[in-house]
Design a protein around this ligand. Structure first.
Ligand code: PMV
Length: 352
């Protein structure tokens, strides 16, 4: 068997967050979460070469070879499991070479692992010619990185918590596609490209096991996810914006309440929070709704017409070249062979 496939995928930004796993092995969440899939302003490109001519499985991310048995990066062991599962499903014994490149810094709270995992699962399905449906791909991606399962489709996506212990009812479905409410965009203010001190895997364990506040978080987030989904259906930005702000602060409160505490926000993040509240107060409506993942970079969810107002409010905190505006995307897609990151001649060469 020999096949070379290249795909492009994008991060998704959670508007109602997933934090804490009720089952660590299966990546099952304590609550449903809801996200917006971003357009290709930020993207991951992944080439997968499946070939009998390869001696072993290899993976390169952003130019560096990674080890499937890296003790510090448990995601790679999960990735190896997924790779073996898909290879078996295709009744293949061919080895695989994976080359993946992010257009943005990884491990800085910009969802590079979510974008990477969603794109990889999508590309493996194509490379092995498996033809798996979206629900199966979602469940496979969820095992590598929970939040990645929301990135296999476009627009607004809800990942259901589910009830079953085997996780078969914990999958993501589209709430609305990217044509439903295209005015909603994510203005990202980069305040740091530093790698986070505490991985999200560690945080997902530490917060539920040590935070008193976390006891009430799942019920609150579950309610927010339902309300956000309805607000999206009605294109009600005032309701959605308030939920986004409250949910981000609620999650970060449980992080701070963890022991030892987890703090992802920095001074610039806090200045952005105040600047957005000042702007919203002076306009008498929610113009921007900030949300932060496991990092200090701000995602300000806003409507296209209000982008200049948000940029003006951020002056002196985040300069123009540190701002990326991403619209909504439609999920991963296959790219033309000319865009491959792996050469066929010489065989298996990594293209720069
Ligand atoms: O999927 P993970 O393990 O990278 O966790 C992501 C957690 C947050 O980004 C903080 C929230 C979310 O729902 O994306």
């Amino acid at each position: 068997m020999e096949n070379l496939v290249t795909a492009i995928g994008t991060p998704n930004i959670a508007l109602v967050k997933y934090w804490g796993k009720r089952d660590v092995g299966l990546n099952l969440p304590y609550n449903s979460s809801l996200s917006m899939t971003l357009d290709e302003s930020l993207n991951t490109k992944t080439s997968v070469l499946v070939s009998d001519r390869l001696q072993s499985d290899t993976i390169y991310i952003d130019g560096a070879q990674q080890k499937f048995d890296d003790a510090k990066e448990e995601k790679f062991a999960l990735l190896a499991e997924v790779l073996n599962y898909m290879r078996e499903a295709a009744s293949s014994s061919s080895k695989v070479m994976i080359v993946s490149r992010n257009s943005f810094p990884s491990s800085a709270g910009l969802a590079s692992s979510a974008s990477g995992a969603a794109t990889l699962v999508f590309a493996l399905n194509e490379a092995f010619g498996l033809g798996l449906g979206q629900r199966e791909l979602v469940i496979i991606a969820r095992r590598i990185s929970g939040s990645s399962c929301r990135g296999l489709m476009g627009g607004f996506v809800k990942w259901e918590r589910g009830e079953l212990p085997d996780g078969t009812d914990s999958y993501a479905t589209q709430v609305a596609d990217n044509a439903h409410w295209p005015e909603v965009v994510d203005l990202i203010a980069l305040v740091s490209a530093e790698k986070k001190r505490i991985s999200s895997s560690e945080g997902h364990r530490r917060t539920p096991s040590t935070s008193e506040l976390f006891k009430v978080r799942p019920e609150i987030a579950e309610r927010f996810a339902g309300m956000a989904s309805r607000a999206i259906g009605q294109r009600d930005f005032q309701t959605l914006g308030e939920i986004i702000i409250k949910d981000s602060n609620n999650m970060h409160a449980t992080m701070l309440d963890s022991y030892p505490p987890i703090m992802y926000l920095n001074d610039a993040s806090r200045r952005i929070i105040y600047a957005i509240h000042d702007l919203n107060a002076s306009e008498g409506r929610i113009v921007g709704a900030y949300t932060f993942d496991a990092g200090p970079n701000a995602h300000i969810i806003t409507l296209k017409n209000d982008i200049p107002k948000i940029k003006a409010a951020l002056q002196g905190i985040a300069s123009e070249e540190k701002i990326i505006v991403a619209g909504q995307g439609s999920g991963p897609r296959v790219l033309d062979e000319s865009e491959s990151l792996i050469g066929k001649d010489p065989f298996g060469q990594i293209k720069m």
